[in-house]
Design a protein around this ligand. Structure first.
Ligand code: HEM
Length: 473
């Protein structure tokens, strides 16, 4: 791997150093304002994981730095993460970069806060109930089976691109009850175009206010958003007009009512925001989780052999079904361990709305807090020999012996991933279906690097060669 990976970080011995300023008590950290620091350490620009890693190895449990007038705190202490996400979530809102996504996602679940978020969550929750999403199991297996039939022994595939294609098919079917039609492809294309411009947009202070200006980047953004809106609103209108429950998430969202308050449903604008939110949140995350899993299995033949043995014993050659999930324990442990090392959501952030006390620290209102699954899940205090791929870390006994906040790929608290059960089901079924037939060998000499964008992607893809497994016809 080109990226220096956090190895053997230990925060246990770091002291609770307190630096007082203006009546507040800050953790230790960088003395220079960050842009100056970054210009001196130019190589860190563009990869926040390297900065977080540096802060963690230097300052331990908590680290503080400033960017312009903003105070930023990196939190590595699981108890404080619990405090922020579970004990006092009312004192925090989503941080700025996530809020900026409002320009694409409006008031959907990821970007809304407070009462508006609570209401959206109440209305969307039934669409993600376990019973409802179980209906998607067989179509997930069917899609994976089609993909596995298309592969040929010895013919190289980029598993990163393949998993994107597969999870796009799953999202098209589950969200809209459609094949990957030109409409779905155009949603995908416009969302990708917008996400490419997103880096440019978050760099502009108060970009929201300038969106109407005739600046080429902003004009491209507006055009992409207009095309996207046309497709999504048309799909909503078609669903509304037909009036039938097609069994997909959009039908469910159309029918859901806010039973706690006025029994109202979602407006078309909110539906559009939610559809795009689910599309964005539910597709690339799962694809990346699976792509990294294939890489790890290719690097760890023992774990791969155990996985194959479980699939053969439980499935005996037939396609997996929902009923098999409880038996596919090792398969799920492989996925869990893969998301420990390569968490698709690699960091989370919040901003304090009031002064916040955390242990010996007192941080002013407005402080930004970040905590990184990538960093914490590779901490040797929580996971001995952290870089070793070892699915055994996820036996029920070993899970029970750990704090929830040393492993949180789906977040926690009132904003915990609404699609978590969906993602476990999808990840496990797709993996089982493909691994039942194929063993994937890594192409030697390729560059395997992480690229921490909104999700943790493989920067150059992951090239692998399928080999037919013994006994697979
Ligand atoms: C491996 C796959 C996935 C991972 C690792 C993941 C991770 C996360 C995380 C960490 C959050 C919380 C972010 C925060 O609190 O700041 C989140 C929220 C969310 N996720 Fe997922 N997710 C995955 C799959 C999915 C799927 C399949 C869907 C939908 C079908 C989905 C929909 C959402 C939504 C709508 C939210 C916002 C929830 C809220 O704020 O109320 N995710 N996800």
């Amino acid at each position: 791997m080109g990226l220096r990976i956090v190895s053997m970080i230990s925060t246990e011995d770091s002291n609770w150093i307190v630096e007082e300023r203006n009546g507040y008590r800050f953790p230790p950290g960088l003395k220079l304002n960050l842009p100056l620091y970054l210009s001196r350490r130019f190589f860190r620009v563009g990869n926040p994981i390297l900065l977080f890693e540096h802060l963690t190895t230097t300052y331990g449990r908590m680290a503080h730095y400033r960017v312009g007038p903003s105070d930023i705190v990196l939190v590595n202490e699981p108890d404080f993460i619990r405090e922020i996400l579970i004990m006092q979530p009312q004192n925090f809102i989503k941080e700025r970069t996530q809020k900026r996504m409002k320009i694409l996602l409006g008031e959907g679940l990821i970007t809304s806060d407070g009462e508006s978020h609570k209401r959206q969550r109440r209305i969307a929750a039934p669409a993600f109930h376990r019973q409802r999403i179980q209906a998607y199991g067989s179509l997930m297996v069917e899609r994976a089976a089609t993909m596995r039939e298309a592969w040929r022994p010895g013919v190289e595939v980029d598993v990163s691109a393949e998993m994107m294609r597969l999870s796009l098919e799953v999202v098209a079917r589950t969200l809209f009850a459609q094949e990957v039609t030109p409409d779905i492809l155009s949603i995908n294309r416009e969302v990708n175009a917008i996400m490419k411009l997103y880096n440019f947009l978050i760099a502009l202070p108060r970009a929201e206010e300038y969106l109407h200006l005739p600046i080429p980047g902003l004009m491209r953004f507006r055009r992409a958003r207009k095309r996207l809106d046309e497709v999504v609103y048309r799909m909503i209108a078609e669903h509304r007009a037909s009036g039938v429950d097609r069994g997909d998430l959009l039908s469910m969202l159309l029918r859901s009512r806010d039973d706690e308050q006025d029994h109202s449903g979602m407006s078309d604008e909110l539906l559009r925001d939610e559809v795009l939110t689910i599309f964005l949140a539910g597709y690339e995350t799962v694809a990346n989780a699976l792509a990294w899993t294939w890489m790890l299995l290719g690097q760890n033949p023992e774990a791969e052999a155990r996985l194959h043995a479980e699939l053969d014993a439980v499935l005996d050659g037939r396609p997996p079904t929902l009923d098999d999930l409880s038996e596919l324990r090792y398969t799920e442990m492989v996925l869990a361990e893969s998301m420990r090392l390569y968490p698709p959501a690699w960091a989370m952030g919040r901003q304090a709305t009031c002064d916040v006390a955390l242990g010996p620290y007192l941080l002013p209102a407005g402080t930004y807090f970040f905590f990184s699954q990538y960093i914490i899940q590779r901490n040797a205090d929580h996971f001995p020999d952290p870089l070793r791929f070892d699915p055994e870390r996820f036996t029920p006994e070993r899970k029970a012996g750990r704090s929830k906040f040393v492993y949180f790929p789906f977040g926690a608290g009132n904003r915990q991933c609404i699609g978590e059960a969906f993602a476990w089901m999808e990840g496990t079924l797709l993996m089982a279906t493909i691994a039942q037939r194929w063993r994937l060998r890594l192409v030697a000499g390729q560059r395997l690097e992480v690229q921490p964008k909104i999700t943790l992607r493989p920067k150059y893809g992951i090239r692998m060669v399928p080999e037919l497994r013994a006994g697979a016809s």
